[in-house]
Design a protein around this ligand. Structure first.
Ligand code: B3K
Ligand code: ZN
Length: 876
């Protein structure tokens, strides 16, 4: 666990020309032969040794130019192989043979087995668990891969690139050969072998080439891959239409596996997916599952250009591929579905996941400068804030110039491993704009706080908007420079019409975007005929916190007339939040909780407004979550008070809107054959939101039970079950429904995950014991990451009152689980531990319990680097 610093980056001394791999697969003793051809880089130290990375490897033989190498020429440890006395200029060949044990690989990094299938995960540093290798993203080479395996158990032998051929290979065995002509770094290597079913299709690219598409799933699950295939074809077409990017191999394959540490992996030509993001049918997948599948299929496919053709020079540049590719998948989903509704979902996610990270002990810049464990930097900051930074470039430059910059990037850097500076330079060159100040978004951590205040001068017909930016201190960055913040902004008159100011002083204002560049700045809008209601940060043009005191009447006006529907939702949220914050404080003090009337009226009016799409109205009705409220409170948090306050507000809205909700519940029924399209999903979402409020208004489980009994798709079924289990946990209806759900779906792992997650989320004191009991259930599988995330992850991230039990039992339970998981799968353990990141904002008794639990982890022997890194930073 050494710290790696960006400042120490040096190119390798040797250039890798070619890679030839031969795998003889065996569950416990797989033999890997790697033939690597190198030459010394021009200008490199002529005496420098070749140092290859390894991790838990056993070297079985080593050849140099096909001959045994004298022992004094090399040094081998489990972590590295160093070879000396190498030619000054001539190319040479190193042949390394290692023996690895896929069955024993519980980390799920490198080559491992899942349900009898061999598969790999190499990003970030998993390839070194397969063979000794220069395992870093700036070493690119073409790969040939030969796979030899038992024919009956492994009819399928896959790797990256195009299929070269295959044949029998001795008794009971066969082999296949693959060649990937596109030079790639080792983290994009993949191998899959086993017995799987397949769904096949083709795609004709813009230049008329036919590409074979194959999605491999467990036998019998083929019909559930149809939606993923459809999403793949739409992604390929979209990337051609919008970014001009064409696919570059004869075949594109996706393999779905059930044990996987994350969502999916973009290996060249052979994506490997968590089956959760491939498999879907109406009976077992929710609308959210469909949307996730579409987004992740697109994301991994888009990596083919942003990540694979152009990759990262080093892991500090991770956002170069991830932030950009998230931006691309967001744009794709926006085009396929409703743009404002998608934007609302993105912002909700950003605020609930990234803002707490950026405001806590794990805060780091989008482009960090040091790390101890790179796997801990696949964060929501790198991904989601990285995407927001890309979005801001597009906002600042405008659509067309942004496109020019992207074209230049693809043109200039195809086939290279590059940096954020290289990326930004393309947009500077395309636009002629200096993006030096803007680049601080990559380098300064912390969510900027922008404080705004306005004054209207009726005599001068001018409106002054004063803005101030403050970027909070974050670990290692006590002081910050002012940033370049693009604020999309519009003025509205009392009648809801838009006011177009004649001129603007004090700030650049173009295309409705105001450029905030100084620490304080006052923009003066001239020719404003009446007092304006201002809408700031429309579409969430910048990932900031905005403090702007607006009256409920002004917010209600924006909620009604804003032409940007994201901003309408924002206005509704701004109306809701003070009520929820006050309710939490009042609940803590035992005071009566009363909800302000303008808010209730505006919300119910939006719900009933038939000119708005149902999906939007559903988003409006989904109040900020308990974690959102806690984040806004900022300190001295009592999760029980937050919960009680929010419940009281829900009840008041439900009472006031009972008739509206009952009408919506009847009107939004979707009839006929199930369709996962966004419009139908929106109707289901609105109907289910209405059902939630009705359960508050009616105060009994009858309607939810009827909904459960009548549901013909997983969205409605799991929503009804959640209401029963979360709101009426002790009712006979809840118990019967949970049991019916389990017995109906127990053969389907992804649905069983939902069953665990719903129960892990039941609020209140009893959650810890419930989760402990569920761990004893025969359906619980400790080694399966999805199952672990659905039970322990949902409890720790999604159940503030259960996890945050006043006596600290939730934190102690998590600590014991982390220590146990860490023995097998450090990446998973470290990820689950980030649920403790906001412990300092708890009220003091809970904070003390949380600290003790963290200290218990820190004291444990044999911690992985992954967990040690997170626990130490969290405690600092
Ligand atoms: N690039 C992978 C993530 C790899 C995580 C390694 N710990 C998936 C993605 O972002 O597309
Ligand atoms: Zn990605």
């Amino acid at each position: 666990g050494q710290v790696v610093n960006l400042a120490d980056y040096r190119p390798t001394d040797f250039v890798l020309e070619r890679v030839d791999l031969t795998f003889e697969l065996d569950p416990t003793e797989t033999k890997v032969e790697a033939r690597l051809i190198f030459h010394r880089r021009k200008g490199a130290d002529p005496s420098a040794p070749l140092v290859l990375d390894g991790d838990e490897l056993n070297l079985s033989s080593l050849l140099f130019d096909q001959n045994e190498l004298a022992p004094e020429r090399y040094m081998v440890t489990a972590e590295s192989l160093t070879i000396r006395g190498l030619p000054e200029t001539a190319p040479f060949e190193v042949t390394v043979t290692t023996i690895i044990n896929p069955e024993a690989n519980t980390q799920l990094m490198g080559l491992y087995r899942t349900s009898g299938i061999y598969c790999t995960q190499c990003e970030a540093e998993g390839f070194r668990r397969i063979t000794y290798f220069p395992d870093r993203p700036d070493v690119l080479a073409p790969y040939t891969v030969n796979i030899i395996a038992d024919k009956e158990a492994n009819p399928l032998l896959l790797s990256n690139g195009n299929f070269l051929g295959g044949a029998g290979y001795g008794p009971g065995k066969h082999f296949a050969a693959w060649f990937d002509p596109h030079p790639k770094p080792s983290y994009l290597f993949a191998l899959v072998a086993g017995d799987l079913g397949v769904v096949e299709d083709t795609f004709t690219t813009m230049s008329g080439r036919e590409v074979v598409l194959k999605i491999y799933v467990e036998h019998g699950k083929e019909p559930r891959a149809a939606y993923a295939m459809d999403a793949l074809k739409r992604s390929m077409k979209w990337d051609e239409d919008v970014f001009g990017r064409e696919y570059d191999l004869d075949i594109f394959m996706i393999v779905a596996v059930s044990d996987f540490n994350m969502g999916a992996m973009e290996n060249k030509g052979l994506n490997i997916f968590n089956d959760k993001y491939v498999l879907a049918d109406p009976e077992t997948a929710t609308d959210a599952d469909y949307a996730n599948i579409e987004a992740i299929i697109a994301h991994e496919y888009f990596h083919n250009w942003t990540g694979n053709r152009i990759t990262c020079r080093d892991w500090f540049q991770l956002c170069l591929k991830e932030g950009l590719t998230v931006y691309r998948d967001h744009e794709f989903s926006s085009d396929q579905r409703s743009r404002p509704v998608k934007r609302i979902a993105e912002v909700r996610h950003l605020k609930s996941e990234q803002f707490p990270e950026d405001g806590g002990p794990l805060a780091h810049p989008v482009r960090p400068t040091k790390y101890r464990e790179i796997n801990n930097f696949y964060t929501t900051t790198v991904y989601e804030k990285g995407s927001e930074v890309t979005r801001m470039i597009a906002t600042l430059l405008g659509r067309e110039t942004f496109k020019k910059g992207m074209d230049l990037y693809f043109d200039r850097h195809d086939g290279q491993a590059v940096t954020i500076e290289d990326f930004v330079k393309c947009f500077e060159d395309a636009s002629g704009r200096d993006l030096a100040q803007f680049s601080l978004w990559y380098h300064q951590a912390g969510t900027p706080l922008v404080t705004a205040s306005g004054t209207y001068d009726a005599g001068a017909k001018s409106f002054s908007l004063s803005l101030e930016q403050m970027i909070p201190a974050t670990p290692g960055q006590p002081t910050k420079e002012p940033m370049h913040i693009p604020l999309s902004l519009a003025l509205f008159a009392e009648d809801g019409s838009k006011i177009e100011p004649a001129t603007v002083d004090g700030a650049e204002f173009a295309g409705e975007v105001l450029h905030l560049t100084a620490r304080t700045q006052t923009a003066v809008f001239h020719g404003v005929a009446s007092r304006p209601v201002v809408s700031i940060n429309r579409s969430f043009s910048a990932p900031i916190n905005l403090h702007f005191d607006q009256s409920p009447a002004d917010l209600a006006l924006l909620a009604r007339y804003e032409t940007d529907h994201f901003a309408r939702w924002q206005a509704l949220t701004d109306l809701a939040l003070p009520n929820l914050l006050k309710a939490a404080r009042d609940a803590r003090e035992g005071a009566a909780i009363v909800c302000e009337q303008t808010f209730v009226d505006t919300l119910i009016a939006a719900a009933a407004d038939e000119s708005l799409e149902p999906a939007f109205r559903a988003q409006a009705l989904a109040l900020p979550s308990e974690s959102d409220i806690a984040r806004e409170l900022g300190s001295n948090i009592d999760p029980d008070a937050v919960h009680a306050g929010r419940q009281a507000i829900m009840r008041q809205i439900a009472e006031a809107g009972k008739a509206t909700f009952a009408a919506l519940y009847d009107a939004m029924i979707t009839s006929g054959e199930f369709s996962p399209d966004a419009k139908s999903a929106g109707r289901r979402a609105l109907r289910n939101a209405a059902l939630t409020y009705l359960s508050y208004a009616e105060g009994n489980p009858s309607r939810a039970k009827a909904a459960f009994d009548g549901a013909n798709n997983m969205t409605d079924l799991s929503h009804a079950l959640t209401i029963l289990a979360h709101r009426f946990p002790d009712s006979a209806e809840a118990k019967a429904a949970l049991e019916a759900f389990r017995s109906r779906f127990q053969e389907n792992a992804l649905v069983v995950d939902k069953w665990f997650a719903i129960q892990a989320g039941v609020p209140g004191q009893g959650a810890v014991d419930r989760v402990k009991a569920l761990m004893e259930n025969p359906l619980f599988k400790r080694t399966n990451p999805n199952r672990m995330r659905s039970l322990v992850g949902t409890f720790a991230f999604g159940n503030p009152t259960g996890f945050g039990r006043a006596d600290g039992e939730g934190y102690r339970f998590l600590a014991s689980q982390i220590l146990d998981i860490d023995q097998r799968n450090p990446q998973l353990a470290a990820r689950l531990l980030t649920s403790m990141r906001s412990w300092r904002s708890l009220e003091s008794a809970r904070a003390d319990h949380a600290r003790s639990a963290l200290l218990e982890i820190e004291r444990a022997a044999n911690l992985s680097t992954d967990v040690r890194d997170i626990v130490e930073r969290t405690l600092k």
